[in-house]
Design a binder for this molecule. Sequence first.
Ligand code: FE
Length: 341
Amino acid sequence: MTAPRIALACLVAGSAWLAGCADTGSDDEITVYSSRQEHLLQPLLDRYSEETGTPVRLVTDSAGALLQRLQAEGENTPADMLITVDAGNLWQAADLGLLRAIESPTLADNIPAHLRDPEGRWYGLSVRARTIVYATDRVDPSELSTYAALAGDEWRNRLCLRTSKKVYNQSLVAMMIVQRGEERTEEIVRGWVDNLAAPPFANDVAVMEAIRAGQCDVGIVNSYYFGRLQKEEPDIPLALHWANQDAEGRARGVHVNISGGGVVRHTGNAEGATALLAWLSAGEAQHLFAALNLEFPANPAVAPADQVAAWGEFTPNPINVAKAGELQTEAVKLMDRAGYR
Ligand code: FE
């Protein structure tokens, strides 16, 4: 029914039809730029298209490449929505003026305030905890408490970390700056460096493999990487420890980060992109968005996958994840001063 009606409207509009109806076929199409892996997102977008009849085109690349592309394309961008991981990247996209503030009661209801931009330019859609992982045969969980405690002498030559070049660690250190101040955070990071059993690794999986191989006993990783290993090998002798559960004041709670999205500033379809973002924030879509990558749903009303739920509940740090972006440059400088490569 829709197509003939549009055609008729174009005829009736007379001379306006060239401008308004020339690309009728793609008028409601939504183009999503995403640094999230295709297999984590495509099934959801297919479902959205099935449910609503709205075609969605997915373009995937690294976060840095997509931000560059959006900048270069400017007003001519075909993109309507950006989806990426880590609040540091989303903050940067907003800071570069690539996203527009949107008002959506659905998104405001579904996504807790600390998991979205205070100005409404991006919204968390899933949550990952960056926390302590340990060898269950060499570490008693009672020995573990905070990120800061991993700087203690008892962990000398027992700690493995991923490179400080990764935004995940920049965000973690940025949050620690908010929690404990710059001076104390630098002391902690120096302590970590002193405790390293090996030079920093390229990724979180390599950290866990080193722990498993006995090269070190503890590390700091994103929860979903642990989940992937555990899925392949349920009896893997590693476990997650929820950090900072008994810490004081602002330092209390596990460092959480998000993957999420926002509507592109120069979109030609803000309404469509907002509707898709809102759809991703609720119900089965929200469950799947998290579950496909073994993350936690950002919407607290939606249950995580069983494997993720089995890790137990934790108190997340409630500081707005936007701070990870705001303090990223300071965090990078601090890690450099502390000799964390
Ligand atoms: Fe990752």
